[in-house]
Write a protein that binds this ligand. Sequence first.
Ligand SMILES: NC(=O)c1ccc[n+]([C@@H]2O[C@H](COP(=O)([O-])OP(=O)(O)OC[C@H]3O[C@@H](n4cnc5c(N)ncnc54)[C@H](O)[C@@H]3O)[C@@H](O)[C@H]2O)c1
Length: 284
Amino acid sequence: MGKLDGSVALVIGSAKGQGRSHALTLAREGAEIVLVDNCVVDVEGQPYPGASKEQLDETTAMVQALGRRCVSMVGDVRLAEDMERAAQYALSEFGAIDHLICNAGILLRFGKVHELSPDQWRTVIDTNLTGVFMACRAVLPHMVARRRGTITITASTAGRSGFPNLADYNASKWGVIGLMKSLASEYGSFGIRVNCVAPSNVNSGKRPSMTNNEAIFGLFCPDIAEPTRDQAVERMRLMHPLGVEGVDPEDVSKAILYLVSDDARYISGEVLHVAAGLMASNSA
Ligand SMILES: NC(=O)c1ccc[n+]([C@@H]2O[C@H](COP(=O)([O-])OP(=O)(O)OC[C@H]3O[C@@H](n4cnc5c(N)ncnc54)[C@H](O)[C@@H]3O)[C@@H](O)[C@H]2O)c1
């Protein structure tokens, strides 16, 4: 028997990376899955590839191979109509949405505030913060009517401290924590629990990703002209008390599984850090 038998999870930003891992983890525990991703490979200003439709189809097949029902939809988290369509699609396919996982997020060019373009600022806030609002807004009427549901939002350790050269991302991740707190306060009486996970660097092996690209190596090694991956990884290790460069996607998935399961039935309004000790020295 799985912890999520008979439930339905809508996972936004799930073609690849952590979203794929979350879908597989929840499916292994019995959830039926609805995947949503915008499937844009070349994102303006993003120093690593976005997801493709093929990757979304691959994730769908991987969930189905676990014996679970899984459907997918191409949709943009920034658009109210796409999120409404996603909620309706999930309801028409499965009749319910028990868990909403808001995972879609982007990290674009690094720079001090005066170096960030207004367009980049808007895109990051639109995707990472307003996108969460759009997804919650689309799903909440259904959860309220059923008087049950969980919402789990992927924040970041960049939503717990200030880091130089990524104010747009920083602000978006602090923002989702504030949004989560409001949601948990407003909808607790409807039996809806809302929490965040806050990962530190997430490993992707050799695959180019948010933490594996030349731009981020430069962010970690501003004193080195052309830093290598090894040099950046060394800095990443030093940053974490547990001495690792980052956590694996599955570590974040397990935290999400805990938060959406009945094991966490009285946990709402919280941020669960998956950060290899990085938060140990934080007072917030
Ligand atoms: N990678 C890290 O080190 C790290 C650390 C902390 C937090 N996070 C957060 O974790 C989440 C997942 O990141 P990841 O590392 O798996 O990155 P990723 O790029 O592998 O996954 C993000 C997914 O979101 C999708 N997406 C992006 N914009 C979208 C949009 N407008 N509409 C719908 N889908 C969209 C992408 O196509 C992709 O599939 C993000 O919210 C990110 O900010 C990542």
